[in-house]
Design a protein around this ligand. Structure first.
Ligand SMILES: Cc1cc2nc3c(=O)[nH]c(=O)nc-3n(C[C@H](O)[C@H](O)[C@H](O)COP(=O)(O)OP(=O)(O)OC[C@H]3O[C@@H](n4cnc5c(N)ncnc54)[C@H](O)[C@@H]3O)c2cc1C
Length: 270
């Protein structure tokens, strides 16, 4: 960590791209923390026919356009998954894997995750449940851990945990996992079987926003914002699908623009 960005944006979809372009026009430094482009809702859209100014094209093509614009705007693109946000007096720290980034303001543009938390996941997060092997692996040296997840990151994390001396149980199938315990998580239940574990590493593409930023107020499962896209936490703005319906491209792009302008006002003390 050697730089404090003016604004850090969590998410790399249309809302984030729009925010980046506006921040660039206002001369602000910006960084975007983003998962793989295939994870954006837009990427999954077969055909977009309702975006003004552009001929119909596939969601994948449009995602590539937005990603290119983010890079051409000169924003730092941090590839990975933001796993936690720490709110300090007048800045924010965002953990991405074992790296840490600082910014004066934050825009959450993380879309929606249709994946629900597993029973026990939220309850034991930080008490036996972790989203990051590099960050927490050393706590489990010589112990038994479960790694849930099928992607490259999950494989990599499982290998890492083994390399530092953990006994690793791999769970790659989709399904209903449940984490149980007492003060700490100590049991993973899957497919009717109980597994005694000291820790559970859950490696998904996204982290539910409800677990990402402490202190945010939600309404009907979406981040509550005012017309300036200001959330309940001063200095934190939100845009796009994560603020609720309608889940539409044009709405995400408009909100990204408003959030960026409001972040600029916040930075200048307005
Ligand atoms: C199948 C389908 C078809 C659609 N068709 C249309 C259509 O025809 N017209 C239309 O207007 N809209 C359509 N939509 C909706 C549109 O795609 C969304 O409204 C829009 O993409 C929302 O943009 P967003 O930036 O808010 O979120 P997203 O596009 O979902 O982007 C959010 C990004 O943030 C990333 N992210 C989340 N959490 C983290 C984290 N912790 N760390 C790092 N990155 C993170 C996600 O992985 C994702 O890449 C469709 C959606 C789907 C799924």
């Amino acid at each position: 960590m050697d730089q404090i960005y003016d604004v850090l944006i969590i998410g790399g979809g249309p809302a984030a791209a729009s925010a980046v372009l506006t921040l660039k026009n206002r001369g602000k430094s910006a960084a975007v923390v983003s998962n793989r482009e295939e994870s954006a809702s837009l990427y999954k859209a077969e055909w977009i026919t309702n975006y003004p100014g552009l001929s119909p094209m596939s969601g994948a093509e449009m995602t590539a356009l937005f990603r290119r614009q983010i890079e051409e705007a000169g924003a730092a693109v941090i590839k990975g998954r933001a796993i936690s946000v720490l709110h300090m007096e007048d800045s924010f720290g965002v953990a991405v894997g074992s790296d840490y980034y600082m910014a004066k303001a934050l825009i959450v543009a993380a879309g929606i995750t249709r994946e629900k938390l597993y029973p026990g996941e939220g309850e034991y997060l930080g008490r036996g449940v972790s989203y990051c092997a590099t960050c927490d692996g050393m706590l489990y040296r010589g112990k038994t851990v479960a790694v849930i997840g099928a992607g490259e990151e999950a494989r990599h994390d499982a290998d890492f945990l083994e390399s530092i001396g953990c006994r690793v149980l791999r769970f790659e199938k989709n399904g209903r996992y449940e984490i149980r315990g007492d003060i700490k998580a100590d049991t993973l239940v899957f497919a009717g079987e109980e597994h005694r574990v000291d820790g559970v590493f859950i490696i998904k593409d996204t982290v539910s926003v409800t677990k990402l930023v402490p202190g945010l107020v939600y309404e009907n499962g979406a981040i509550a914002v005012d017309r300036r896209m200001q959330t309940s936490v001063p200095g934190v703005f939100a845009a796009g699908d994560c603020t609720g319906k309608p889940y539409q491209l044009a709405k995400a792009v408009g909100e990204g623009n408003v959030a960026a302008l409001s972040a600029c006002d916040y930075l200048s003390g307005k």
